[in-house]
Design a protein around this ligand. Sequence first.
Ligand code: ATP
Ligand code: MG
Length: 563
Amino acid sequence: MATSDDKPSLNFVQEIVENDLKTGKWDGRVHTRFPPEPNGYLHIGHAKSICLNFGLAEQYGGKCNLRFDDTNPVKEEDEYVRSIIDDVRWLGFDWGDQPLFASDYFQQMRDYAVQLIKAGKAYVCDLAPEQTREYRGTLTSPGKDSPFRNRSVEENLDLFERMRRGEFEDGSRTLRAKIDMASPNFNMRDPVMYRVLRAAHHRTGDAWCLYPMYDWAHGIEDSIEGITHSICTLEFENHRPLYDWFLDSLDIHHPQQIEFARLELTYTVMSKRKLLELVTDGLVTGWDDPRMPTLSAMRRRGYTPESIRTFCRDIGVAKFKSTIDATRLENAVREDLNKHAPRVMGVLRPLKVVIENYPEDRTEELEAVNNPEDPGAGTRTVPFSRVIYIERDDFREDAPRKYFRLAPGREVRLRYAYFITCTDVIKDDATGEVSELRCTYDPATHGGDSPDGRKVKGTLHWVSAQHAACAEVRLYDRLFVKENPDSAKDPADYKTYLNPDSLETLRSCMVEPSLTAASVGARFQFERQGYFCVDPDSSADALVFNRTVSLRDSWAKIEKKQK
Ligand code: ATP
Ligand code: MG
């Protein structure tokens, strides 16, 4: 997007930041943070938040913290911490020294809580969770004051200290903010700040049996770090009065909370709870199963960090909810790979072709272009010999007139090699299936050029049988068949929309020999077949490729047909 004077137009968060820089609100500082809870792997929605927060810091010469919001010990694990660090780095962002942890502020948070108690703004409440809910009232009726609301400061201080020491059962007491049980905003009806919970924390171990609630903890974390713009998703809009109330009541550094619409993508789910369920139920092979919307899955599948950043930039940042078509992400990947991925030849479903007039003992090294989009990428050689494989789909025995590939009696070009003509079709006696083709080649068409202006309509990719390496190729389709799997009447039912054909494994593919040297993560375009990436399961003698994305957007076509 560009305005008339060619300055890129600003999103509303950039406008806020620029305005603050103009008025000197934060003394010219821009300090954001990305605060994941380490209870799962990062997904493409997180990438939007990462690009926004780190992007602002980059753009305005500020800082962005990577902070783990690890205040709930039950679901958090070190494995997630490590994966998040890897993913943010992979996306191309840097947070200076060490990542930060909310758990490092537990003592400070507790001291602030004591400060609120002393100011008469927090109290220990003995209502059980069930009762607390009842007392909260409903959307249409005000809540009721807790019978413990008017405890003395001394009693509250004493009880809170004993909660901290572990004198009370899990869930038996809470510390609550004393705000307004009749507030039209539920979040302001004396929200719980602390609960008693005996659970080992991934970093603090058993040091605490008192854990802070998100709304209480989050603003303090931001404040301690000197954050200027605390950016979160829209669901937190009506938590903002509480965020403000806590920081105002403590009279400490008070960042501005700004909400934006979270990224939703078609044909996938993005809640960590659901993604975890797919993993634990064995419906995918893991968090990095290439069909998952996680960043580790996208990396494994061959998506580039550049394409994800481009996608996040292009979808923009707004205040209103919208669902983004998955094809937009795929297009960004395709465009990036088109520029950078070297071209190779690989045959996914091989059909043997014997070129009868080609000498049996001969091998030629033919020159092939590495990337027509990038002249600097140079050329390589591919071996050619008498027996080759072509794609099964590239031959039809009863070919219609408009079929431009190989058929009995027809001539096609083998890319970088020769023109060949099909002279005979050999079938398996038992199945009747075509098992082999017999062809002749025209030596005058060396390199695939026609000497006499003779035209062929089809150009096929191929590999030399004696030189090819066998490979496993995994083809992926959408994980869900439904555009919005979350729209099921019963939210638990999203699993019924899983696509049973989301993975097709081809085990006898044949690829050009140069690929045996490719390292894990290397990306290629298999000519006419799409973009592929070497899977971590791959080794030099058992190659495994993931198809990152097909060459064109085949889904758009299918959907059009279905309409
Ligand atoms: P879930 O609700 O599935 O647990 P979450 O939003 O709670 O996800 P966090 O780890 O708390 O996950 O998220 C870290 C940051 O990423 C938060 O600031 C959150 O606003 C942001 N974020 C999470 N999901 C999205 C999304 N789909 N689009 C944009 N930002 C997101
Ligand atoms: Mg969260």
